[in-house]
Design a protein. Sequence first.
Length: 644
Amino acid sequence: MSAIFGVLRFDGRVVARQELERMASSLARRAPDGHRIADEGVAGLGHGLMRVVVEDRYDAQPLRDAASGITLVADVRLDNREELADAFDLGRGELARLSDSALVLRAYGRWGDDCAAHLLGDFAFAVWSAHSKKLMIARDHMGQRYVHYYRGPECFVFATEINALWTHAAVPRALREGAMAQLLLPAPGVEPGSTLFEGISAVPGGVVVTIDLNGTLRTRRYWEPAADQLHEGRDEDYYVGAYRRVLGEAVECRVRRAATSPGLVFSGGFDSTAIAGLAGPVVSRRGQHLIAAASVMPADYRGSIRHARRWVEMCARDMPHLDVHYVTRDGSSVLSDLERCFLEKGLPSGSNAFVLRELLSTIAQRGARVVMDGHGGDYTLDPRGQAALARLLLQGRVVRFAAEFRHHGRMTGEHPLSTLAAIALQLAPERMLAAARRVRHRHMPPWGDRPVNAEFARRVLGGRGAGGTLRGGRTRRSFDMRGRMLQALRTVCSGASSSIASLAATHRLELTRPFHDKRVVELALAIPEDLYVKNGRSRYLACAALRDIYPREFQSRSRLNDHAAPDFQRIVKSLEPQLLAELSRMEQSRELASYFDFAKIRGLLAARGADDHNSGWEQDTQMAISGFLAARYIEWFHGWNRTS
């Protein structure tokens, strides 16, 4: 979670050191172990250090190779150090004294702009060549580390975080045209690397960006999600073994060199429990624990809200390496420290950000510097296969369909007629579904359930009527399970920084996701769809591969997830008077009222009572809070711009 930043000027002027120092100051929380700057005339690069792995003690960036005229800054954790050492004829003793950034520098010396394809791990790095007068920036395959940039008429500015870009006088501090649509009408089709801000982009995952002194910027994709041919066409036993081996390697790589005990945002679900179990042998060998923070209801709670405590306690029972800490959200809410969060992230907050802040703070207070979560399991190794029955029927595989239909009823307790109705809906032609939506919603427009001003939505969507889709193209049908997986992976690759990664950085934590590992993705895309669900068992492959790791109760567990804020409805209702007062105040702004439908937000807030809960999955309340937080962010952003 180190920081990188820099400036390249196109007008021949020397980069002022003060420009770089201001950027370094804005990134100070990402650099508790100091920062350094390299002045290169028309180019200047900087690095803020946070020591996470043991070899970081040898890191002293920016790195310079005087012979080749190369200067490098990197935010990096490499997993293939030994393979690279062999390529560079390095002995193991020499390798042990080399930082990951030093290996990246050697990789660039060997392979030039193609070096990113030879690296495995999480990374974002920038290389300035004084000889060719060119700057190159690369981001890892799935975009686990990130870097943002601005290209103007006189200079190019890059930094890990957007806030650091705004310290440079050339970078505009304005929401871009279309930002409101992106906030209020989310849909596929956003340009890769797009952000909410004027002139600011992110380098997408799996992409290399180069820029020269003429300001010419080129992008090249060196990787995209695809199956590794090594894994294709194998039998079930192979995939069971490969699941265990590949995910285990991804987890081990993230904890084996950690200088302090690693952390885990622990939901107690299949994916985070897989990480917890697979990390056990590694952290135990190192004399460490896995610091796990779980959001649950209090120990004495006996109500009807479903939450993760029982599953987390099972894991704690069976995994002695876990150091479990429970978060019950006492005294925190969606309104807690809102403006400080906006300022630190430079981005809007999600409705569950207050819970994530508590979880991350709990982990950081116990000394961790690296934190994992189970995000990504649903669209890599552990798709739930909700449309598996529809897919079998569509393929005409009647015998397998009948067997899985029986197993589905046994595992879920669902009435056969309900199951058949769901299958019919999944297989219905798109035209029929659109017609049904028109009838059901009485010609409600596609934005009808969102707290967006109707006139603004019509202008953005071009007058599309009921049953239409939001901008950006069509979503894959539910039975196209592999297509939906690819769509999700490409969206992740194309995105800027994730919200939780930004939150982790505010707590001096480096977020890394094992299910976003390149090796995991390339295995997941080779697994046959028939193994997504088998014998009525969702997460079939995970349960088979990790039978000795999961608590025994997981073998008959339902597919339902527990929410990070299971008492979300109660929390919001307790805040309702304050929320309504804030809405009334913001509604007086003509600008905000031109984007947001405040009456709809109030209606969504009133839709449920305090005890009319869905264990955190209250869609109407969640949408109301998302609209409220977006409006508050816009209000704050404009005020911050005026006063800073």
